[in-house]
Design a protein around this ligand. Sequence first.
Ligand code: AMP
Ligand code: MG
Length: 409
Amino acid sequence: MPSLISVEEAHSLILEQIEATSCETVSLEDAFRRTLRTEIVSEQSSPLFDKSLMDGYAVRTADFDGLSVTLEVLEMVSAGEVGKCSLQSGTTVQIMTGAPLPSGADAVIPVEMSEREPGQSRVRLQTTGITPEKNLIRKGAILQEGQTLLASGILIRPAEIALLAELGYSEIETSTEPSISILATGDELVSAGEPLGPGQIRNSNAPMLVSQVKRAGGILRNLGIGRDQRSDLEQKVSKGLEADILLLSGGVSAGEKDLVPQVLKGLGVREIFHKVQVKPGKPIWFGVQQKPSGEKTYVFGLPGNPVSSMLCFEVFVRPAIRQFLGQSPAPPVLRKLPLGKAHVAAGGRPTYYPSQLVSEPEGLAVTPVDWKGSSDLLAPTRSDVWIRFPAGDREYHVGEYVDVLTPEW
Ligand code: AMP
Ligand code: MG
């Protein structure tokens, strides 16, 4: 029997097939969770002017060296206004948070350190701890004109949205999202809301994959359920091949009724690999259909067992989507965390084990949850991450560092 390819080999084979998609301009609000496709170089500085960080009084620190000072208040400047006065010796300007600093000022004394009688033009200010540059921020202290701020290929999060808004962007160049079709296959499958006959089960993979696709970024088409018959599969898979990415579940193992690989090949989808040394998820199938127009459809045959499908999406499909969107690095980055509970790993394949993050007095640890295997959908609901145990029989001790895959849920 030929030896199975490794997860890393599968990643290389997937990523070398997938070209980054084209770009489209979207409004800033619609850019959330999309991929930035242009480098952002600042055309302005931030802040745009010297400004106060407190509600209080703008002062010249040269005016005092004792515990307090009494100054003449020239005017009041709120955020959004520009004052008329500049500070001379013995004067102050009452200023609000975010307001432009009057020229001549080099510190702000918070209002809590002031005493001023109503209607009085003089104010007494405590000056303890008020050194030059206190409670203000200078023009350009955060970023300067010409500075590279964001790289192409990053995921746009609320922080990036806010920065782009500050810089005045109302629309932005992002990756076109892939169209992704989902087809669950199996004679035994019943959709939610339909009565369940003897021997039948619900289709849990389609709703799960729909939500995984939503999270990863894609325009969805749920093609329902394909039956384990050549004609039905051919018809539905053909529809699925109109998309950029087609996700099938079930029908890729070695059973009599596992027709998916044959049907795909019959429709001109070239097999890149079938089966990977991974648990769960060994039967995974990947191929590419190249249309006469030159466009490609990337096809994943995910194993039918729900936890296998879920894990294979995270390990193989999500990197494909990342590469399609122009995000890097595409393959999942594993991090090291100490085990919170001893664990016995067994078997000839690396195993991704549903696990929980736990806060311990010494820091964050990771603990495998009780898991009955690839049809056990309860375990993932009790878990946050997957521990990747290497192939081989071994006992792992508490505190030992293990590799952890953290999906973006
Ligand atoms: P298969 O890969 O088609 O041999 O399916 C493997 C196992 O997963 C079988 O027990 C199937 O009944 C089950 N299964 C397949 N597709 C689904 C699905 N969409 N939802 C839930 N279980 C499924
Ligand atoms: Mg099946």
